[in-house]
Write a protein that binds this ligand. Structure first.
Ligand code: HEC
Ligand code: HEC
Length: 279
């Protein structure tokens, strides 16, 4: 009897150990899922070609023949989604496909990644929403989805934002000082963006008719300040929260195109389309 008990106990301890080890392994695997590294090699075949096309459009949005008709300013997607969205901080595209479909408080409905892409055309690019399923829309969405390959899905029930979105600042937006912002802009930004914010060869326009419109995320001071904190000056983002907020208020105090939704939608029959070659 004694010996029997002993064997039972050994077995019990053994199973507990094995269970613990497997639980540990399991959580290590989960962590691995979170720490995934971005894709570098393109998928084979047509899919790879479409992903590459999407990247080209993200970098040359105003010039590429497929996207040009839908852009109405001097920006590219890459102007804000730095390094074609591969910068891990500057409004990154890395891992974001895992957050969609997502609830959008603005649209008051669940939207897909494709919808989210098309919204940036209407607002940040001051252009027209390309039709759902059109070549340009599919290519850009395919590129952004590819950047999330291997990540696990965790759809966002609160807002259309990926897991590594620009973190909001802690400072109260009411503490902005336009005068300080003006001086700081002249010191830290004007070399590349021009004294008048009109843009130079070194940087795109930050206000005026060729910049983002007042429906874009960055037209809100707190959003622009948070983005500036992680993105500008380009290559050396080093502003304090107060500086970022002062500069954001100064930049957004200037005129930019007004956003009126109807002006940015395609004709009703073009709002969606069947994306296949005729058989
Ligand atoms: C004027 C700046 C600007 C431009 C230009 C711009 N965007 Fe954005 N976009 C933003 C900001 C800011 C966000 C919010 C990102 C964040 O908070 O991390 C955003 C969000 C997004 C998201 C959702 C990101 C997420 O985390 O889920 C997608 C997708 C997107 N943009 C696609 C595009 C595409 C495609 C283009 C070009 C057609 C484009 N954007 C042009 C500023 C811009
Ligand atoms: C060394 C040049 C340089 C400096 C300095 C610089 N930027 Fe930029 N900025 C750029 C470039 C280039 C882009 C577009 C990113 C790209 O295409 O890779 C950009 C993008 C932007 C954008 C988004 C696109 C647009 O034009 O609306 C804003 C806003 C902006 N910068 C504001 C600022 C502010 C504010 C400062 C000062 C704190 C600053 N930048 C300093 C070069 C610079």
């Amino acid at each position: 009897m004694q010996r029997h008990n002993h064997r039972f106990l050994t077995l019990l301890i053994f199973s507990l150990l094995a269970f613990g080890a497997s639980a540990l392994l399991h959580s290590a695997e989960n962590r691995k899922g979170d720490n995934w590294t971005p894709q570098t090699s393109l998928p084979p075949g047509e899919l790879g070609k479409v992903v590459a096309l999407g990247k080209e459009i993200v970098q040359n949005t105003g010039e590429h023949p497929l996207s040009k008709p839908y852009v109405n300013n001097a920006l590219t997607c890459s102007s804000c989604h730095l390094d074609a969205g591969t910068d891990p901080k500057g409004a990154t595209f890395l891992d974001i496909a895992s957050a969609y479909p997502a609830w959008s408080p603005r649209e008051k409905r669940v939207i897909t990644l494709e919808d989210r892409v098309l919204n940036c055309f209407m607002r940040s690019m001051n252009g027209v929403r390309p039709p759902n399923g059109s070549k340009v829309s599919v290519a850009v969405t395919a590129y952004i989805t590819w950047l999330s390959s291997g990540s696990r899905i965790r759809m966002n029930p609160q807002k259309p934002l990926g897991p590594h979105h620009v973190p909001p600042l802690k400072i109260n937006p009411k503490q902005a000082d336009l005068g300080r912002g003006k001086t700081l802009f002249a010191q830290k930004c004007a070399d590349c963006h021009g004294e008048g914010g009109q843009g130079t060869d070194e940087g795109p326009p930050t206000w005026g008719p060729r910049s983002y419109n007042d429906g874009a995320g960055l037209s809100r001071n707190e959003k622009l300040a948070a983005w500036l904190k992680v993105a500008m000056p380009l290559g050396d983002p080093s502003l304090s929260e107060q500086e970022a907020l002062d500069i954001a208020a100064f930049v957004n105090s200037h005129e930019r195109p007004k956003f009126v939704l109807e002006d940015h939608l395609p004709k009703a029959e073009k709002l969606g389309e069947y994306n296949a070659e005729p058989q």
